[in-house]
Write a protein that binds this ligand. Structure first.
Ligand SMILES: O=C(O)CCC(=O)C(=O)O
Ligand SMILES: [Fe+2]
Length: 372
């Protein structure tokens, strides 16, 4: 029998108590973050480009793997997948099977949404307590517009009706269709990843039943500046609060990833979807794989559109380390928590707490076992 150390189980903390409970830890941890990542507060300098690993879904899919040669190809692809997760936390997925027509149809409609008059878009403005709706961020030199919805159809219809009074079904249909395709693909990849890391598939199935999807479209306005050397931060450095995320991009560069302490620019790749590991998977694997720190740079020549799909737990789902990742040598690094608790901290860290105005690089720091 393996010696399994159980992390203390705590219930969700009422949001009203959070600031008091976490205040001291917040100051302490915040200081550590500032020391370890001071570069993120200064304007970014030109980052080097990097290639990231590339995974071919045709090779990874098992349906016709009886053939000896194909079996070997698949085995090799699975090994590369596991390595991409432990070494990079990100990779491009090719031959993913999501129809180009569907992606283009949604891109066209979401660009129509972003080109509506601001007063109309603000009819669907995100409520401060919600993660859904339209958001206009006046960012340093040029704005970022965001539209995010989840699996709740009523919410999607509510916002879509305000934005497209005459043609909202067309928009809703395209969004739902794309969201379903991305959900399917992300579950397929998540299963391959967890299997490749040696996770017990019964534990995986447990999570699979408690999952929801968020789809978020980011529209980055180009800067007026003509100085090509000047770089302005779009989205600040962050980790996604998801199991995994999938990112579709147009042909404008802007995504940057942190690898071995340096920022690298990831060029968009035609017909490829960027996969990223989020905080939830880091917790479940007890840090065996890490969530990917990333940020974006405002475009200079033309605007940029990205569409993110986030596979996240249900609000009430308890996220805890899968027991197979804990033993005497690997004590638990995180306490169990639920998704709403995580979101609340995420929000607090973003909006600032008692003078702390810097946004979070890692929300997970606050879910360490209290004795650590
Ligand atoms: O626009 C991008 O490339 C990244 C977007 C992102 O990181 C996010 O929405 O969380
Ligand atoms: Fe992100």
């Amino acid at each position: 029998m393996s010696s399994v150390i159980k992390a203390p189980v705590t219930g969700p903390i009422p949001s009203t108590l959070m600031p008091e409970i976490y205040d001291n830890r917040l100051h302490f941890e915040h200081q550590k973050i500032l020391e370890s990542e001071s570069d993120t507060t200064t304007p970014p300098s030109m980052s080097q480009y990097t290639e990231i690993p590339m995974l071919d879904m045709w090779e990874l899919r098992s349906s016709s793997s009886h053939h000896h040669h194909r079996g070997r190809t698949q085995q090799y692809a699975k090994e590369r997948l596991a390595r991409a997760c432990t070494e990079w936390g990100t990779f491009y997925v090719i031959n993913h099977g999501i129809p180009e027509e569907l992606i283009q149809r949604y891109q066209k409609l979401i660009l129509q949404l972003f080109s509506l008059p601001l007063e109309q878009k603000l009819q669907a403005e995100r409520n401060t307590n919600s993660i859904f709706g339209y958001e206009f961020r006046q960012n340093q030199k040029s704005p970022i517009e965001i539209f995010q919805v989840g699996d709740h159809e009523a919410i999607l219809h509510h916002y879509s009706r305000k934005l497209f009074p005459n043609s909202y079904t067309q928009f809703c249909d395209a969004l739902k269709e794309l969201k379903e395709a991305l959900c399917h693909l992300s579950l397929e990849i998540l299963e391959l990843v967890t299997e490749g890391l040696g996770m017990n598939m019964n534990n995986f199935d447990m999570y699979r039943r408690e999952i929801q999807g968020l789809i978020r479209s980011n529209f980055y306005h180009q800067m007026d500046s003509h100085d090509e050397k000047e770089q302005v931060l779009g989205l600040k450095p962050h980790m996604d609060g998801s199991f995994i995320s999938l990112l579709l991009q147009d042909d404008v560069a802007g995504l940057e990833i942190m690898k071995d302490g340096n920022w690298f620019c990831v060029k968009p790749k035609e017909n490829a979807i960027c996969f990223m590991i989020g905080d939830v998977l880091e917790v479940i694997t007890n840090g065996y794989i890490s969530s990917l720190q990333h940020r974006t740079i405002q475009p200079t020549m033309k605007p940029r559109l990205s569409i993110g799909y986030f596979l996240v737990p249900l609000d009430t789902c308890t996220i805890s380390i899968a027991p197979e990742f804990v033993d005497a040598k690997n004590p638990p690094l995180f306490r169990p928590f639920n998704w709403l608790e995580y979101l609340e901290l995420h929000r607090l860290l973003r909006t600032g707490l008692k003078g702390i105005s810097r946004p979070n690089p890692s929300t997970l720091l606050f879910f360490k076992p209290l004795e650590h």
